[in-house]
Design a protein around this ligand. Structure first.
Ligand SMILES: NC(=O)c1ccc[n+]([C@@H]2O[C@H](COP(=O)([O-])OP(=O)(O)OC[C@H]3O[C@@H](n4cnc5c(N)ncnc54)[C@H](O)[C@@H]3O)[C@@H](O)[C@H]2O)c1
Length: 334
């Protein structure tokens, strides 16, 4: 099998991780890197002498089979369309696009040209999230009541995206992936403290048609670094704590039971405090799993775990949340 020639557009703070990880893939090679910044190109050239380094996207496209787009958010849709036009499968970093219009344009082009597109929803490749999805979809938690996520830390303060667009794609993509549905109503409150019109903190609420309620707290202005998701089901509850080095998932056999014969009496509710189970989660780096999957997507042997339509779905939620933010938190339909 020929080695797949992968290219990376944008090798900055995050894109450099793509560059390093692609270079380490078993059946693909880092064929080219494109970045507008001469200092970045110099660094990449030094670290990866066998890769072609360029400032020209067309030059990169002529040398690769598939592309990772890891440039700033505002460039994602234009660059994805360029890749699709050239017939090159692409992984588009989050946020997939900055408007529903742009995201839909990418999805339409991908469908028309039959070019596979992977939305860079990294957490779908986290082994704890894969396990969590199996628990939710397999029914082990019982009916899902609600979930809430916490994604807060101090820095990196961005000027081109607010906390919603910077962090939100992670939690929104995970919520949609776990539940297998998109929200019917979204509301968001937020405040800009450090820069005008760039919210540093956003509280996002999503209501799903199934009755599930989800809440996400996003901030880069917080004393703690927290990456936590709690899912409360009728039978069991689960906490995914990504700051834990090893015990990332805890499954609580806890709940409130209602014996059938006392259906209408609140006093008959009994609290169940069962065991706590900590499953062994394989130690897989999500980025390596995502890029390994992307290489198989590009070869046509696997369908994208999150395709362009999934990218659009997440952007729709972020767009609805933005409209809600502008009205001071009124509920909005995505
Ligand atoms: N999946 C994740 O967990 C994760 C984490 C961090 C960042 N990101 C995303 O990755 C993207 C990049 O973030 P970053 O922190 O690396 O930003 P960055 O500003 O540090 O790097 C962006 C790089 O892209 C280059 N660039 C800009 N426009 C370009 C163009 N048109 N063509 C080629 N190169 C161009 C810049 O010179 C820079 O080197 C953002 O969309 C961000 O949201 C994802």
């Amino acid at each position: 099998m020929n080695r797949l020639r992968l290219g990376v557009i944008g090798a900055g703070a995050w894109g450099r991780n793509h560059v390093r990880t692609v270079a380490g893939l078993a059946d693909a090679e880092l064929a080219a890197v494109c970045d507008l910044d001469a200092k970045v190109r110099e660094r990449v050239g030094r670290q990866h002498p066998s890769a072609h380094v360029t400032a020209d996207v067309a030059d990169l496209l002529s040398r690769v089979d598939a592309v990772v787009v890891a440039s700033p958010a505002g460039t994602h849709a234009t660059l994805a369309l360029q890749c699709i036009e050239a017939g090159k499968p692409c992984l588009v970093e989050k946020p997939f696009a900055l408007s529903v219009h742009d995201a839909e344009a990418v999805a339409r082009a991908a469908a028309a040209r039959r070019v596979p597109v992977l939305a860079g929803h990294l957490l779908l490749f986290h082994p704890a999230v894969e396990r969590l999805r199996a628990l939710v979809q397999g029914g082990e938690l019982g009916r899902i009541y609600y979930l809430y996520g916490l994604r807060v830390n101090l820095g990196q303060v961005r000027a081109d995206e607010n906390a919603l667009w910077s962090f939100g794609p992670h939690d929104v993509s995970v919520a949609l992936y776990l539940l297998g549905e998109a929200p019917v109503r979204v509301a968001a409150h937020g405040r800009s403290y450090l820069q005008p019109k760039v919210e540093d903190v956003v509280f996002l609420t999503m209501e799903f048609g199934s009755g599930v309620l989800a809440h996400v707290q996003l901030s880069w202005l917080d004393p703690h670094k927290e990456r936590k998701l709690t899912v409360v089901g009728a039978q069991k509850m689960v906490v995914f704590d990504d700051m834990e080095a090893r015990e990332k998932l805890r499954i609580y056999d806890k709940g409130v039971d209602r014996p059938p014969e006392y259906r209408s009496y609140g006093e008959a509710l009994s609290i169940r405090e069962g065991d706590i189970f900590i499953p062994r989660i394989p130690n897989v780096e999500p980025l390596a799993a995502e890029l390994g999957h992307f290489a198989r997507v590009a070869r046509g042997v696997e369908p994208p775990r999150a395709n362009a339509e999934d990218g659009v779905r997440v952007v729709r939620v972020l767009d609805a949340a933005t409209r809600s933010l502008a009205t001071g938190g009124a509920p909005v339909s995505p």
